[in-house]
Design a protein around this ligand. Sequence first.
Ligand SMILES: Nc1ncnc2c1ncn2[C@@H]1O[C@H](COP(=O)(O)OP(=O)(O)O)[C@@H](O)[C@H]1O
Ligand SMILES: [Mg+2]
Length: 285
Amino acid sequence: MGALVRQGKVRDVYDVGDAYLMVASDRISAFDWVIPTMIPDKGRVLTQISKFWFEHFGVAHHLISTDLSSIELPAELDADDLLGRSMIVKKCEVVPIECVVRGYLVGSGWKDYQNTGVVCGVELGPGLKNCAKFERPLFTPATKEDAGHDENISLARMVEIVGADVANELKEKSIAVYRDARDFAATKGIILADTKFEWGWHEGQLILIDEVLTPDSSRFWPADQYAEGRDQPSFDKQFVREYLNGTTWDKNCQPPELPAEVVEKTRAKYIEAFERLTDSKFAWK
Ligand SMILES: Nc1ncnc2c1ncn2[C@@H]1O[C@H](COP(=O)(O)OP(=O)(O)O)[C@@H](O)[C@H]1O
Ligand SMILES: [Mg+2]
């Protein structure tokens, strides 16, 4: 019982019989590297935000329960440590597509636009600035790559991989969930700039899996500080990225440890994202 079936950059997945136990660790990644320093309670923030969204949407999803008394825990795990960071989820066959929805021109989209005027096959017209808002959200799928960066693919390529009907269903569902979340976040003073969903097959149905709309899978920006034409402050790894960019680390080898101040500020930002979004106090402060 309780075999570790997958260890991702952030989450550990255990087989607990009829279900998986997904445990969000306090690991943090930046520039595609897992940093050696933990951010205490970060995994709890991610799990609590995902739980909030799963319960908010009307869409079918994989969360069964966060009550661990209903399962036999893997022997190597500490029950207290698991509290707040774990989800019992339906075992799914993961659809091998990262369903990215973008509401703003940022990150790799902004880079591609500057080079070609096109973002993932969508011609955008001239004159857009860094972090400009799109009239309508763009669906820009990518393949899940085990090593390194995920690779953006065209809708035609996605159709080859999953078929036209499934491609269309994933697109429609992903955009609908993004719109709902974007509008909700706006009422909390948060811009949901973009996000990545994963979907899985369960009993013949496509359901929402993995983490949803967390600062790890999405860009959250404080709405009152938003302006086009520059980078935005964000609710997540800003301090980590700034710190690492100020060191001699070349991003091609093991990253350095983070100083206590960066850890504390990053932890506070993650907690602030949870509290602003859900209007509730983070229980592990
Ligand atoms: N309900 C589910 N059934 C099966 N696999 C899942 C389910 N939910 C999430 N996963 C997978 O579990 C892993 C979560 O670990 P994570 O740290 O996010 O990995 P990664 O480094 O690939 O992002 C991902 O590979 C995700 O596709
Ligand atoms: Mg992941």
